[in-house]
Design a protein around this ligand. Sequence first.
Ligand SMILES: Nc1ncnc2c1ncn2[C@@H]1O[C@H](COP(=O)(O)OP(=O)(O)O)[C@@H](O)[C@H]1O
Ligand code: SF4
Ligand SMILES: [Mg+2]
Length: 352
Amino acid sequence: MTAATQSPAGAVSGMGREPVLSVRGLVKHFPVRSKGLIRRIVGQVHAVCGVDFDLYPGETLGIVGESGCGKSTTGRAVLHLQPASAGEVLFEGRDITKMSKDDLRALRRDMQIVFQDPYASLNPRITVNEIIAEPLRIHGLYANGGKDKVRDLLKQVGLNPEHGNRYPHEFSGGQRQRIGIARAIALEPKVIVLDEPVSALDVSIQAGVINLLEELQERLSLSYVFIAHDLSVVRHTADRIAVMYLGRIIETATADELFERSAHPYTQALISAIPLPDPRKERTRQRIVITGDVPSPVNPPSGCRFRTRCQKFANELTDEQRQLCINDVPELIDRGQGHPAACHYAEELKLV
Ligand SMILES: Nc1ncnc2c1ncn2[C@@H]1O[C@H](COP(=O)(O)OP(=O)(O)O)[C@@H](O)[C@H]1O
Ligand code: SF4
Ligand SMILES: [Mg+2]
């Protein structure tokens, strides 16, 4: 058994080192309530259904999947912003799901989040200086040189410290995301969850923000969980990528391995949807089309959750083979592909 088999979304790049963050069996359900006065619980949204991953010091783990597959819920549960329904989140070996309020408050210094929407995530009524100073004040670190620290943080994210007395609406989207990043690094954390940090930004300014994140990672020895709905965004920034579908991780590999030898039909479809820069190759290559929407997480399909949209299931398997997809949940394990994939019939496929 390879190290990757033993530790589903872990190992590979981190062998021999202790993970800074280990997530095991993470589950998050939300109640669905009836309408009317009584509002009884009539079902559950199965947003995250048993997610495992490791994050090693200094690395970037990309978490990728279509909208609604549970990425943000995973990110929030990892930070305990929304408590998990079940599972463990170990930060440097300590389970944060069982921590006291005081310990959790102290943990905020080590783990931070940058949200997708820089318009909604910054308080519009206070100045940028105050936004960045807030975490320092909460942790009693402002009194001693806080003003200079805020100026320095603005410089570190490429903003003019003279503009710190302005309000968020006076900045562009990219600049606001830089303010969010300055706030996130204010307490010198070890781990930052980046929840689609460039998805709301103009393509022309995305690269600048990604470069900034990479430069800060290097300089401040940060570990990132980088959430994206688009594989191409994490292709060059992530060391390893975990692909999510309907609340589960369905494949995980180093970024290069995933693009060279994806094994799961869903990953293969996502990769084949990325346009190729060479127009000749783009015209002639074979595409794997995923049809229909992601099924509702209130009532996910039995067995393999991807089966309702899987081209392999629809076109290549016999009726007998399909029974396995319908009845048995495929485990995230290495079946000889060199990295873990949750498909009963996972195979190597080189896409061109
Ligand atoms: N607070 C909530 N209450 C009920 N359902 C929620 C809540 N937050 C998220 N969900 C549902 O959980 C699923 C996963 O959502 P989310 O984690 O935001 O996905 P992603 O970030 O991948 O787009 C979705 O079906 C979403 O509607
Ligand atoms: S287990 Fe079956 S339905 Fe699921 S991805 Fe593999 S072939 Fe498709
Ligand atoms: Mg999200």
